[in-house]
Design a protein around this ligand. Structure first.
Ligand code: A2P
Length: 344
């Protein structure tokens, strides 16, 4: 690897791409030679990178040879087409889309949980970044899994519109103004009106009547925890919040465990903040705790009164940061330094 790192950000004009650029600068890569890549539509634009502006380059014309890392977040189709080309050119790809997540040959990584998979990877490897909802749920429950195992998880997600990219945020803003001005709203990104509403569909419907977003929570949890015996039963809901996903998680451990042991394990876990307080004003929310932060926050931790091994918790995280851009940069940082980017 050359002295000055060469890093490409694919989808640099998008919601996650912009966050990748600012987190790269924050996480010690401000001196790297960074290429901001997007479509021809963005030719002539500039994007912020630390104290610099970068001219946007067109992905189609870009040669990945000489690039050490490429962070992809421009949609699954773009990753399927260009990530293997980048990898063949010797550039290590960290892909934020679902294109490669379930490929058994490709590591699916949350550094705090299975960062060991990053050891000894060759240049030109592809690494997959998990789904935003999976990442924050696993940061919260991995400490419980480590000490007591988990048989089953029921989870309802309350997901912000930034998960649908900049167009999702624009649709919420536009519909909110239209509703308040008594105008008709016209859904386009989302299947139903999103302003002042909750939509129980994210991603496409599957043959089993779950959505793909819901099944990702199951598939990715099993892969990351390396345990196919866990059942994840999810309902994924889009709500009119700009940044930060929330999740009501109800799980059953495999072994008996006291709530004191659970609290202790969660307090020690990297990247996780447990607020153990029953005051309504202390409860964590997407807007007050998650948005703009690196950690995943948990409150409402309690024993499920209907099951002796049941545990309930409320989890919030910034879906654009830890759920996407930050996790990708942490993977990059761990590969460059060989160290865990998050202190315990
Ligand atoms: P562009 O702005 O040029 O369309 P978001 O998820 O916030 O909607 O962002 C999607 C990102 O993916 C944007 O940076 C967008 O660039 C990029 N993108 C979309 N289609 C292409 C493409 N065909 N080639 C390169 N980048 C693309």
């Amino acid at each position: 690897m050359s002295e000055q790192l060469n890093i490409a950000v694919v989808g640099a004009t998008g919601a996650v791409g912009e966050a990748m650029l600012s987190i790269l600068a924050e996480y010690g890569f401000g001196d790297a030679n960074v290429h901001a890549l997007a479509s021809e539509r963005s030719l002539g634009k500039t994007v912020d990178f630390g104290r610099r502006y970068l001219a946007v380059e067109v992905l189609d014309d870009f040669d990945f040879a000489g690039c050490d890392f490429a962070l992809f977040s421009a949609g699954g189709g773009i990753s399927l087409k260009y990530a293997p080309r980048a990898a063949e050119a010797g550039c290590t790809v960290i892909d934020n889309t679902s294109a490669f997540r379930l490929d058994p040959e490709i590591p699916l990584v949350v550094p705090e949980i299975n960062g060991d998979l990053l050891e000894n990877l060759d240049a030109g490897s592809i690494i997959a970044n998990p789904n935003c909802s999976t990442i924050q749920m696993l940061i919260a429950i991995a400490p419980i899994y480590a000490i007591a195992g988990i048989n089953r998880i029921n989870v309802a997600t309350y997901q912000s519109v930034s998960g649908a990219g900049s167009e999702g945020m624009e649709e919420l803003a536009r519909q909110t103004m239209d509703r308040l001005s008594f105008k008709d709203v016209k859904p386009s990104v989302f299947a139903q009106p999103i302003a002042f509403n909750a939509i129980p569909v994210i991603d496409t419907m599957q043959d089993n009547d779950y959505t793909r977003e819901e099944m990702k929570l199951h598939w990715e949890t099993c892969k990351i925890l390396r345990d196919d015996s866990i059942g994840v039963n999810a309902t994924a809901v889009r709500i009119p919040v700009f940044y930060g996903h929330s999740e009501a998680v109800h799980l059953e451990t495999s072994r008996d465990i006291s709530m004191e042991e659970v609290r202790e394990a969660m307090h020690k876990a990297a990247g996780l903040v447990l607020i153990d307080d029953t005051d309504p004003k202390a409860q964590v929310t997407a807007v007050t705790h998650a948005a703009g932060k690196d950690e995943v926050f948990v409150s409402r931790l309690r024993r499920d009164h209907s099951h002796p091994r049941g545990i309930n918790l409320w989890v919030v995280g910034d879906n654009v940061r830890k759920g996407a851009a930050l996790n990708a940069v942490q993977i990059l940082k761990m590969m460059v330094t060989g160290k865990m980017p998050v202190e315990t």
